[in-house]
Design a protein around this ligand. Structure first.
Ligand code: NAP
Length: 255
């Protein structure tokens, strides 16, 4: 028996990167996992297959986020996929992980880039939660993937950093609102993690600099974040809510 046996989880952006790590880890704990993707269905199917090979249970659902009607599309696909499996409706764990970056210092950010990063990183999770609240069972978990850039200033990603500040405020606000239902709401804030969102890590000098940010002297891996999310999703984390949990590997703690 895993810590999440009998639970159903949805991981947005569960097809690749950090989300894939989270989907795999929650499935390893026994959860039935909905692996969401935006456009890359093949990646989602690979993740579902890997979970199945490891003895877990998962299925893929696609829905583009950051566009009108995104939350409706996601939940319609989720409901249909559960019904098709003959599984009970609803869920216990919602992980809002899907996100995009937006490069640029303030004078470099275009209005279109600003709108896009807020649509995907802020508006989408807000409405995914809003439409999901009647599906999320009492005692459940909402886990929002934020970023260490809410603590550490990175002017080169000004608009992106703001989106994660909004996510943390959403976490705090909802934690108060949903406490009476026994639902915890927390953010998990990664530092730099080796995923497709960071193609610049391919440069050895940039990689070494990123590694040096962490107290442990290495770049993060998806599993480093997934393990924290699995804890927050578990019963052991029942007394933690409204928090932004730093999972940056001790990035830039001091001189
Ligand atoms: P990633 O490797 O680029 O994966 C992004 C995932 O989100 C994919 O599954 C992708 O699916 C999905 N996605 C992206 N845009 C979408 C959209 N418009 N609609 C639907 N799905 C969409 O990114 P990652 O590095 O794992 O990042 C995951 C989360 O961690 C993000 O919220 C990010 O801000 C946060 N984070 C990452 C780092 C880091 O260094 N990697 C650090 C701090 C925080 P498709 O491929 O199908 O579009």
């Amino acid at each position: 028996m895993g810590t999440l046996t009998g639970r159903t989880a949805l991981v947005t952006g569960g097809s690749r990167g950090i989300g894939r790590g989270i989907a795999e880890r929650l499935a390893r704990e026994g959860a039935l996992v909905a692996v969401h993707y935006g456009s890359n269905r093949e990646a989602a199917e690979k993740t579902v297959a890997a979970i199945g090979e490891a003895g877990g249970r998962a299925f893929a659902i696609g829905a583009q986020l950051g566009v009108p009607g995104d939350a409706d599309a996601l939940w319609t696909a989720f409901d249909a996929a559960l019904a098709a499996r003959g599984a009970p409706g609803g869920l216990d764990i919602l992980v809002n992980n899907a996100g995009i970056n937006a490069h640029g210092r303030i004078h470099e950010v275009t209005e279109a880039d600003y709108d896009r990063v807020f649509a995907v990183n802020v508006k989408a999770p807000f409405f995914v939660i809003r439409q999901g609240l009647d599906r999320l069972r009492d005692g459940g978990r909402i886990i929002n993937i934020s970023s260490g850039v809410t603590r550490i200033a990175f002017p080169a990603i000004a608009a992106y950093a703001m989106t994660k500040g909004a996510v943390d405020t959403l976490t705090l606000t909802l934690a108060k609102d949903l406490g009476p239902r026994g639902i915890t709401v927390n953010s998990v804030s990664p530092g730099i993690v080796e995923t497709d969102i960071n193609p610049w890590l391919a440069d050895p000098d940039a990689h070494a600099q990123a590694a040096a940010y962490s107290a442990f002297g290495r770049v993060g891996e998806a599993a480093d974040i997934a393990d924290v999310v699995a804890f927050v999703a578990s019963d052991d984390a029942r007394w933690i809510t409204g928090q932004a949990i730093d999972a940056t590997g001790g990035s830039l703690l001091g001189p």
